[in-house]
Design a protein around this ligand. Sequence first.
Ligand code: SF4
Length: 337
Amino acid sequence: MTVANAPVVTSVGAGTGDVLVEIEGLVVEYPVSGGSVRAVDDVSLAIRRGEIVGLAGESGCGKSTVAHSLLRILKPPGEITGGRVVFDGQDVLALAPKQLRQFRWRNVSIVFQSAMNSLNPVMKVGDQFVDMFKAHGHVRKSDALRRSAELMELVGIDPSRLRAYPHELSGGMRQRVVIAMALALNPELLVMDEPTTALDVVVQREILREIEVLQRELGFAVLFITHDLSLLVEFSDRIAIMYAGKVVELGAARELFDGPLHPYTVGLMQSFPPLSGERLRLTGIPGSPPDLRDPPPGCRFHPRCPRAERRCSTDEPQLTASAHGRLAACHFPGEVA
Ligand code: SF4
């Protein structure tokens, strides 16, 4: 089958494994004067049990909006106006508020970028653990503290630090505390939304290595969101690349790294220095992402694309299985070195 006549893929990347999450045709809109903006436009993505899926793209491409839609924590006026989110057979978009409380933390939990914003600065860490356990079931304080100590050890922090206030911990320790809380109720999926962006590069990798070990021990799946593609390549099984509200490439992490198909993926890879290996000049991506109130016709990336041809400004490429056996939304996949 040639790339040109390959079918449009609507349920992306489910593979043959046991699918835990299936996002299909997700659309998220924000009202603006005279209409609405599609921050997420027909995004499909599947996550298998125990799999680490990375989601990368520049700020504002919609990657966090996808994650927030999955947890139904989208802030108004953002609204899911299309598509489905199915978690282990249940329709997440149809869950009632009480079911949602159970769903969050027990089925899916999220770690945000800034631990300081997730922790209460005037409460000791231990008390915050106890509050969290009590909010999700009737537990004795002594049991909650015992479990909290186990979780602190799990993420490499001395349990005595449960008596500390957040400001008495380093940035890396605070982020580990938030990760420990996110794992408290044994979720099947951990969403990490730029979890280490605020940390230095050494602590960043240390924490991600620890998560990798925990993930192997406990078996949860991870949706890992970042703008740093080099991090994703190290830690993900598969990677989805988003641009201007759409998934433009999806594939196994190593294959995507060794042979990116979409010119935007190539540009992202050239925007971050590798930690090891040959020193290369970083070229980045010229220009900026489009204004989604008025996206360019055809391929949304065409004003910035070094491979663009005339048809790119009129025909929108669909996310399609390429001759390489991966998915890319480009008329000329794999043709940019
Ligand atoms: Fe570039 Fe054209 Fe591919 Fe878009 S469709 S990424 S403009 S080559």
